[in-house]
Design a binder for this molecule. Structure first.
Ligand code: PLP
Length: 384
């Protein structure tokens, strides 16, 4: 039987979510932009989902836009806000962090390389947390956008947006946050933290793949990336993915209403898992032990190749992920591990729990990990 511990990569769709979606793939097939009854029925589903997402985030439904996922939401936020600010003559300087997902980091780099923007990329400490003072020191008079993820996808480190957001608001600078990994796993208060734009992806919280959310406050100008039919306040054109959006709404509601209990349960599982993994000689935790998502264990392992370890665990039925380099350093280390100065001669494996993970799963995964490490070390580490 498979033990799936890669919920940071994607999560299984919840039964309630699939059940809510099916009618929109069958009888409610209208285009939500059509004004006849078939269209209105589909539109009702989309607008209910918008309200569910808005309630889950504590924002106004009109601030919620649906996208094709986290990547699109990040690109639309970063490029759209930057372009609109430059067009208004407000400046062309952007600030972000070294541990952002490529959907933000590469979008920002492209704006610098191909679009005439200037970018400051702020580093993080050895635990993978950005220092608010260091970030705020990078802000200039011509800074038009700061993008800081709410929680990192590899290390699970939670960033201090509660401090960063209000400080940026005081200086009149828009904050975008990639909350793809954070939603439902740590507190997220877009209104109190003065977040101008925030990205979510439904498949990370037991919703369907191919649908996401860009929370874009109505007072924040953003130039569209996609031009077309003018849906979603004219910011995101394209025929509505009604079934996906309905699923996203139900998943958001389910996640928000169960978050308190689920976070406590996951935290216990995570701590048990980390204790099991770190009981093996030469294994240490990557990232912060406190500012950490409740489902994330990420460890460094001496004397082993990361991909070999991941494949050995896969062969035993346990799905985990790796961000490691091989011993020679020839394979590229992830930019996140590089940013925290993680040694490149170790295996780095990430195990992430979810709604369906039980105590027995983490115990078996830890035992499988210990066995695989021992076997690989005995065979020379599995280095290629
Ligand atoms: N941002 C973060 C932090 C992520 O972890 C991911 C997915 O792994 C994305 C953005 C991209 O989301 P999507 O796969 O929905 O495009």
């Amino acid at each position: 039987m498979m033990i799936y511990l890669d919920h940071a990569a994607t999560t299984p769709i919840a039964d309630e979510v699939l059940d809510a979606m099916l009618p929109y793939l069958r009888e409610q097939h209208g285009n939500p932009s059509s004004i006849h009854r078939a269209g209105r029925a589909a539109r009702d589903g989309v607008e209910r989902a918008r309200e569910q997402v808005a309630a889950a985030l504590g924002v106004h439904p009109l601030d919620v836009l649906f996208t094709s996922g986290g990547t699109e939401a990040d690109n639309q936020a970063v490029k759209g806000i930057a372009w609109a600010a430059r067009a208004a003559g407000r400046g062309r300087h952007l600030v972000t962090t070294a541990i952002e997902h490529h959907a933000v980091l590469d979008a920002v780099r492209w704006l610098a390389d191909a679009q005439g923007f200037e970018v400051t990329v702020v580093g993080v400490d050895a635990a993978g947390v950005v220092d608010p003072d260091r970030l705020l020191a990078a802000v200039r008079d011509d800074t038009v956008l700061v993008s800081v993820m709410a929680a990192n996808n590899e290390l699970g480190t939670v960033q201090p947006l509660d401090v960063i957001g209000p400080a940026l608001a005081e200086r009149g600078v828009a904050l975008h946050s990639d909350a793809v990994q954070a939603f439902g796993r740590t507190s997220l208060e877009p209104a109190a933290w003065a977040i101008a734009a925030l990205s979510l992806s439904a498949h990370k919280f037991n919703g369907p793949k191919g649908v996401g959310v860009l929370m874009l406050r109505r007072d924040v100008a953003a130039t569209p990336v996609l031009h077309g039919g003018g849906q979603e306040r004219g910011v995101r054109s394209g025929t509505y993915n009604a079934a996906g959006i309905v699923g996203c709404g139900v998943a958001a509601e389910l996640t928000a209403t169960t978050a308190a209990d689920e976070i406590a349960r996951l935290r216990d599982l995570r701590d048990r898992l980390i204790a099991g993994l770190c009981a093996v000689d030469g294994v240490t935790l990557n990232g912060s032990s406190t500012a950490r998502l409740p489902h994330n264990a990420n460890v460094a392992v001496t004397g082993c190749d990361g991909e070999s370890l991941m494949l050995a665990m896969d062969a035993a039925g346990v799905c985990v992920s790796t961000g490691s380099a091989c011993q020679s350093g020839a394979a590229e280390q992830s930019h996140v591990l590089a940013a925290i100065g993680a040694p490149s001669d170790r295996a780095h494996v990430r195990l992430t729990c979810g709604r369906d993970t039980a105590v027995d799963d983490v115990d078996r995964a830890a035992a499988c990990f210990a066995e695989a490490v021992e076997r690989l070390r005995a065979a020379g580490g599995g280095f290629v």
